[in-house]
Design a protein around this ligand. Structure first.
Ligand SMILES: [Zn+2]
Ligand SMILES: [Zn+2]
Length: 145
């Protein structure tokens, strides 16, 4: 028996792989409070059962839409979830109505979905997806470490 050909992950690679596949504890993916600031138009806030709090702007959520169409579009443009679409350079900035949901619905016990004022409504945001997409300072530091 020889170990030839086996590639060992560096400690950093191993840690990153482990973080990506890390199972989240149940309390981390079950919301205690969900607040969708539809009228103010500012975004959504979730306080999780483990006490952690997350918030996202509506624009961010729209750009992180997990539906197949948006996912594919992001893959093609190599955008991360939540990363805005590049604006065509030779176009005058146009006034766009700020993105906000016209309807919000929970989907069973595991997800939430939005009908946006741009007409799109096929994205189902699971609690787990949202928790993994938490971009508070603590989570961001953990992801880039
Ligand atoms: Zn979508
Ligand atoms: Zn966080």
């Amino acid at each position: 028996m020889s170990h030839e050909g086996i590639r060992f992950l560096s400690e950093e690679e191993a840690r990153k792989a482990a973080a990506a596949e890390r199972e989240l504890p149940r309390d981390a993916t079950e919301p205690l409070h969900v607040r969708v600031r539809k009228t103010e138009g500012t975004g959504m806030e979730i306080v999780w059962k483990d006490g952690h709090a997350s918030q996202w702007s509506f624009t961010w959520l729209r750009d992180a839409c997990p539906c197949a169409t948006c996912h594919e579009e992001r893959e093609q443009e190599q955008r991360q979830p939540g990363e805005p679409k590049p604006q065509p350079k030779n176009m005058l900035p146009m006034y766009k109505e700020p993105l906000r949901p016209v309807q919000v619905q929970t989907v069973g016990r595991y997800a939430i979905s939005f009908e946006w004022n741009d007409g799109h409504h096929s994205g189902i945001f699971s609690w787990e997806y949202l928790r993994r997409m938490c971009h508070c300072d603590a989570c961001k530091n953990q992801a880039s470490r």
